[in-house]
Every structure is written in structure tokens, then in C-alpha cells.
Design a binder for this molecule. Structure first.
Ligand code: URA
Length: 441
């Protein structure tokens, strides 16, 4: 009866006790509560919300569904970063080795693609051999030897999030502040960090469409982190257009390699450098944000961050020769250009639709069981503010799925709004929130 009573209580908008939340998570993790009951609970939570106490209890119950790592024997301050999810968001692939190249220890637990957004784990798995499910002993030993390791939720670490994450993905229950908060923070509190930097996405390609909602989410995340004794800050960053040009797993790895070599799109470079500067200045109080910013930029230009990425791939069993020679990676069988039908400026992009187009052509999952085509994806040649002539190539589609090409082209074309007047430039970073509150920058 435990599942039924808790679902009914949440359906009727009553506050759940810690014991009830613990029982729900414990019994779901052990398989006693089936997916269909948990789906009903997730939907009741999505619709009726949770008090801050309930969210904290859910986070801690999910954290305690597995082990909580103690990394105190590994020298240095351990800091991770987590994004609430976006399209073309490959920042973790760059940031984790970049911060490690600056002396920050980065134990990172990431997720798969969720809804229309991509996931760091899927991107890492596009590197042949890269093992994201190493044992905790191996995770610790990689961290000790190179200062960075990247894994997924496992049977040992945050297993409840692993199951719930996959279930939310297919039950229309992603965009919920309580569920996102508990999902992110349960993983982060299990990984043995001292401090955390969050990238809370805002805009038409984010789960939080408005700044108010994003600030609300950021406040929850920061309060949970600080309540658990971890210094936590959140940057609020724009997701009104995809990050960079590449969408799709290997295409995003290839673009990350460019940025790690001091090249690549400026929005990705800038956000990576800013986040690394926060991580470094939090890890080492003697280093100011501005000094840390310069070190981060230097380490992208001098090859240190790239070398760290190669080490990371090597230690996880990945084929690092492909990182050294990305042009050797196989290409998708079908390549199609989407061209502009009129002239003007790109005034906006429907980032959600672009993410959904990526899923349609095989870069993400439509059901829990779907496998991903690592070569599938989109390269955007035009972004907001760019001027367009009729016939210009807006985007290139890479896929194996011939039957989806026409629909994907139509969706991409419709995702671009082209008009005569150039739009105002929108900032990438909208503000920062820490325990003292929100400030715009
Ligand atoms: N990232 C997570 O880990 N969980 C969410 O629910 C959203 C983004």
C-alpha cells in the first residue's frame, strides 16, 4: 500500500513526511514500487509541487540510495559543475579538463540526454571505448592521478536518480523545480565535493523558460547545497539559442576539441573560461576571479587543457587517437544542407525545436530503449544576429535516417526566424546567485 498512499497524499496536495519520502525512494530503488506507480507520483509532484523541506528530504533520500563518496584522502579542493540542460551544451567536456589543468580536482557525475537536451554521458560514449561506468575505486584512482574523472549515476552512486531520470524523460515530468533540484543535488552530494558551480539555463531551449523561474530553481539548488555544507553558486546563462554550432554527440565532442585547442565558437569558449574561473577562485581563496579567468584562457591556448582531456580519455579506456585526429571519425551516411528562403537577419531561434530535430535524426532517444547514433547531428552555420542572403546555408544535417530528412529540414527551417531588422545582442550570462542572493551582470 505504501506507494498508493503516498501518491494519493501528493495528489491531494498534502505535505509528505521524511519517512514517507524515504520509503518511496527506498522501495522504488529496490523494485517494490513499480514504474507505473512512480510515474503517477512524479506527475502529482510535477502538478502540485513540493515544500522546500520535501525537496530536501527527496534529495537526501536519493543521495542515500547509494554510497556517499568520501574523497578527503585526495588532496585539494574538489569542485564540480552541473548544468540544468540545454541544446549544444558541451561545456562539461571542456570545463572538466580545463579546471583540472588549473589544479582543481573535478569529480563529475553527469546524466544522459533528457527531453530535448543533450547529455554529457551520451557525448562521452561517442568516444569509442570511453567507460562511464567504472568502479568507485577506479574513479578515485583516476581522480588521484590526473585530477578529473567523469562518470554516470551507477548502481553504487545515486542509483535512485539513474532510474528516476530515465522515467521522467518519458513521462512528461522533466520541467519540475522539485524534481530537477533533487535529481541534480542528489548526484552532486554523493560525489564527495567541497563546492559546486551550477549553470542554470534560461530561455526557449531550457527547462526554465523565464528568468524568474530560473532564479527560483537556482535558489533551491543553492539552498540545498549550502544546507549540506557545500559552497554553491549558480550562474544563470542564456539558452535562447544553442551553444556553439554543433548539436549531436560526436559532433559536439569534435567542437569541444576545437575549443580545447584554443579555437572554436566564442560563446562556448567564454562560458567555459568563466565557469573555470569561478571553480578555481572558489578552490583557492588566494586566486582572484580575474587572475583565474586569465589562467583559464591561457590553458585553452597553450594546450594544457587539451592534454588533460587526452589523459582523461586514456584513463577511461577511450580511443584517444581519435581525439588527436578527429577527422578519422566516421561520418553519417546522409548529409543535407538547409538553405534560407529569404534574406534579412536571424532574429531568433526556436532552440527547443532544434533539440527535437536532433532527436528525430538519431542524436537522442525517443523512448528509454532507443539507441543513439553518435554520428547524427546538426551543424548550425547561422545564429542569432547573423545576416542572411537567400540561398545561404543555415544548417547541415548529418544522419543515417533517410525517412526523417525532409521533416528535419522543415523543422530546422521553421526554427529560424529571419526578419529585416538586426536584433539587439543578448548577453550570455544573465546573473549570478549565491547564498547572499541574485545579482545581474
Ligand atoms: N540535470 C539533471 O541531472 N537532472 C535534471 O533533472 C535536469 C538536469
Amino acid at each position: 500500500m505504501i506507494g498508493y498512499e503516498i501518491i494519493a497524499k501528493k495528489r491531494d496536495r498534502h505535505e509528505l513526511t521524511r519517512e514517507e519520502i524515504d520509503a518511496l525512494v527506498r522501495n522504488y530503488s529496490s523494485g517494490k514500487i513499480p514504474d507505473y506507480q512512480m510515474s503517477a507520483f512524479l506527475m502529482a509532484t510535477y502538478l502540485n509541487g513540493m515544500s522546500f523541506q520535501e525537496i530536501t528530504d527527496l534529495t537526501l533520500a536519493m543521495r542515500d540510495s547509494g554510497i556517499v563518496l568520501d574523497l578527503s584522502d585526495i588532496p585539494g579542493v574538489k569542485i564540480d559543475k552541473h548544468s540544468t540542460g540545454g541544446v549544444g551544451d558541451k561545456i562539461s567536456l571542456i570545463l572538466a579538463p580545463l579546471a583540472a589543468s588549473m589544479g582543481v580536482t573535478v569529480p563529475m557525475i553527469s546524466g544522459r540526454g533528457l527531453g530535448h537536451t543533450g547529455g554529457t554521458l551520451d557525448k562521452l560514449q561517442s568516444i569509442p571505448g570511453f567507460d562511464i561506468f567504472i568502479s568507485t575505486d577506479r574513479f578515485r584512482s583516476i581522480l588521484k592521478s590526473i585530477g578529473v574523472s567523469m562518470i554516470g549515476q551507477t548502481e553504487e552512486i545515486a542509483p535512485a536518480d539513474r532510474k528516476l531520470y530515465a522515467l521522467r524523460d518519458v513521462t512528461g515530468t522533466i520541467e519540475s523545480i522539485p524534481l530537477i533540484s533533487a535529481s541534480i543535488m542528489s548526484k552532486k552530494l554523493a560525489e564527495g565535493i567541497d563546492a559546486l558551480v551550477l549553470d542554470v539555463k534560461v530561455g526557449n531551449g531550457a527547462f526554465m523558460k523565464t528568468l524568474d523561474r530560473a532564479v527560483d530553481l537556482a535558489q533551491h539548488l543553492v539552498m540545498i547545497g549550502e544546507g549540506a555544507g557545500k559552497q554553491t553558486i549558480a550562474l544563470l546563462t542564456s539558452m535562447d539559442e544553442p551553444l556553439g554550432q554543433a548539436i549531436g554527440n560526436w559532433l559536439e565532442v569534435a567542437e569541444s576539441i576545437e575549443v580545447l585547442k584554443g579555437k572554436g565558437p566564442t560563446d562556448i569558449r567564454e562560458l567555459s573560461v568563466i565557469l573555470a574561473a569561478y571553480m578555481k577562485s572558489m578552490a583557492d581563496q588566494k586566486i582572484s576571479y580575474d587572475v583565474a579567468y586569465n589562467i583559464a584562457a591561457e590553458n585553452l591556448d597553450n594546450g594544457k587543457a587539451f592534454s588533460k582531456f587526452i589523459e582523461l580519455v586514456k584513463h577511461h579506456g577511450g580511443d584517444f587517437t581519435l581525439i588527436q585526429n578527429p577527422q578519422r571519425y566516421p561520418k553519417a551516411a546522409l548529409i543535407k544542407e538547409v538553405t534560407a528562403q529569404n534574406e534579412g537577419f536571424v532574429v531568433s531561434m526556436n532552440t527547443y525545436e532544434i533539440g527535437m530535430t536532433g532527436i528525430l535524426i538519431g542524436a537522442g532517444r525517443q523512448t528509454k530503449e532507443d539507441s543513439i547514433d553518435h554520428t547524427a547531428g546538426i551543424i548550425l552555420h547561422k545564429k542569432v544576429g547573423d545576416s542572411i542572403k537567400k540561398g545561404d546555408c543555415l544548417a547541415t544535417i548529418y544522419t543515417e535516417r533517410e525517412t526523417r530528412l525532409d521533416e528535419a529540414s522543415r523543422k530546422l527551417l521553421n526554427a529560424y526566424r529571419i526578419d529585416f531588422n538586426a536584433p539587439d545582442k543578448q548577453p550570455l550570462i544573465l546573473g549570478v546567485l549565491d547564498k547572499n542572493g541574485f545579482r545581474s551582470i
